[in-house]
Design a protein around this ligand. Structure first.
Ligand SMILES: Nc1ncnc2c1ncn2[C@@H]1O[C@H](COP(=O)(O)OP(=O)(O)OP(=O)(O)O)[C@@H](O)[C@H]1O
Ligand SMILES: [Mg+2]
Length: 286
């Protein structure tokens, strides 16, 4: 679902208060009981009813009455909390085009300090959307795995961007809130969507970037022609939440898989034969 900037701007402070209370209480409940919510937000019955009505109407919260009257935060409500926090800090001042929906993220352009990109990590979204029919998804005890997993994925990506920024060509990390990261917009197109003049030189450049990242402790883990952005004179490696360290038990297999994926793309599209073994030795050499 696409976020509406208007909905976020028009969130009333009581609605934000309710969303935050639900976020907190969903560590304990699948459906936060009405009485607990009421005790947490300190609003009159009529105010709470009115604000919850608005939140449900905007699809930020869901309600259920079986086996008891309860409320649950959904992804769009979590999005609203992250975006309103980033807007309050000034990290984003306007929401722009929705530039992509991946399996596990949504990407928007936005204005912040210049043009920025918002990446909202969405782990477990699909399973969560079936929660009404598939209650088992939430483990007993009412943990809310999609909130935790999505925020964790954003944190991992932000950590890698911070460590690599200035040394490896990656988007500049600007801010993070919950499952959402703000980063610089890179003015390139995905490698699969451009035609290279000198594919050998681009392969070499990718390998030299990966070597620097490896030396800093990061193996990408999800490298492909979709996660490399190209402009006339630069390239960027994006989409870092799945990194592993060189000491990880699957490090070698992960590095090889990253390189094989990109090599296969070059073989097919440019009929060149990149030397993956040489690249592995080069990346791992001191
Ligand atoms: N900083 C950026 N600047 C410009 N475009 C970006 C930026 N970050 C992401 N994009 C665009 O959004 C797309 C998706 O971003 P990203 O690869 O980080 O997410 P994703 O998780 O891959 O989604 P998927 O689940 O499909 O793998 C990229 O392929 C790219 O086209
Ligand atoms: Mg990607």
């Amino acid at each position: 679902m696409t976020i509406s900037a208007e909905d976020i701007k028009n969130l009333h402070k009581y609605e934000v208060r309710i969303l935050k209370a639900l976020e907190r209480m969903m560590r304990r409940y699948r459906w936060v009981p009405e009485d607990d919510l009421k005790a947490a937000v300190h609003l009159s019955d009529s105010e709470l009813k009115f604000r919850l009505g608005n939140l449900i109407h905007k699809d930020l919260v869901r309600s259920d009455s079986v086996p008891y009257k309860g409320y649950a935060l959904v992804f769009a409500g979590y999005d609203a909390l992250a975006l309103s926090a980033l807007a309050d800090k000034g990290s984003i001042t306007a929401l722009g085009a929705h530039i992509g929906v991946g399996k596990e993220s949504e990407i928007y352009e936005a204005l912040g300090f210049g043009v920025v990109v918002l990446k909202l990590h969405k782990i477990g979204q699909r399973s969560f959307n079936t929660v009404r029919t598939n209650r088992e998804y939430m483990p007993e005890g009412g943990h809310c795995p999609w909130i935790f997993a999505s925020a964790k994925s954003a944190e991992r990506e932000f950590e890698a961007l911070q460590a690599l920024n200035g040394k490896v060509s990656v988007p500049v990390p600007i801010d993070i809130n919950r499952h959402t990261i703000v980063m610089s917009f890179v003015p390139g197109v995905n490698l699969n969507r451009c035609t290279l003049e000198n594919p050998e030189a681009t392969w070499d450049e990718i390998i030299s970037q990966l070597k620097i990242a490896y030396g800093l402790g990061y193996i990408h883990g999800d490298l492909s022609e979709y996660n490399i952005m190209i402009s006339d004179d630069s390239l960027w490696i994006i989409d870092w939440p799945q990194w592993v360290t060189p000491g990880h038990r699957n490090a070698d297999a992960t590095l090889l898989h990253d390189l094989e994926t990109v090599a296969e793309f070059f073989r097919k599209k440019y009929q060149i034969e990149p030397d993956v073994e040489a690249a592995v030795s080069f990346i791992k050499s001191a």
